[in-house]
Design a protein around this ligand. Structure first.
Ligand SMILES: [Zn+2]
Length: 142
């Protein structure tokens, strides 16, 4: 039983690995610019630094507080990470389920909502799941 659980967990990490690797690369860039990193219950979390402050300064349509890539959460600062962690962890589980198909599926969902005249972020299937599980107060991104 324990072997099956370990194998299942390993497969979920491997399935999401392409995005996790991208997240680690961006996270290391954040650390190079003064950000911090830590492992929190199997998910690498990066936050803060000059890169975080730079992203937080983006104009409204482009600004975001946190995003998830595979098993990596990137946040603009510690406060955003604390506030959005549970929302972002829903996205971690989505990456585990969808693997390499997650980003195309996410973008397709946004496109379909846009074509229907709806908000491509808030009405996105994956965001609706994440918000339903964890109502977040700040603007966030995948
Ligand atoms: Zn989200």
């Amino acid at each position: 039983m324990r072997l099956m659980a370990t194998t299942s967990r390993l497969l979920r990490y491997l399935w999401a690995a392409p995005y996790t690797l991208l997240g680690v690369a961006l996270g290391l860039l954040a650390v190079a610019f003064g950000g911090s990193a830590r492992l929190h219950f199997g998910v690498l979390e990066f936050c803060g630094g000059r890169l975080g402050a730079f992203i937080a300064s983006f104009p409204e349509p482009l600004r975001f507080s946190a995003m998830t890539l595979g098993h990596v959460i990137l946040a603009v600062d510690r406060c955003a990470l604390r506030e959005l962690r549970s929302h972002e962890r829903v996205h971690v589980r989505q990456y585990e389920r969808w693997g390499p198909l997650f980003l195309p599926a996410y973008l397709l969902s946004s496109l379909l909502q846009l074509l229907r005249g709806r908000n491509p972020y808030r009405e996105n299937h994956f965001e609706r799941q994440a918000y339903a599980a964890t109502p977040a107060r700040r603007r966030i991104s995948s």
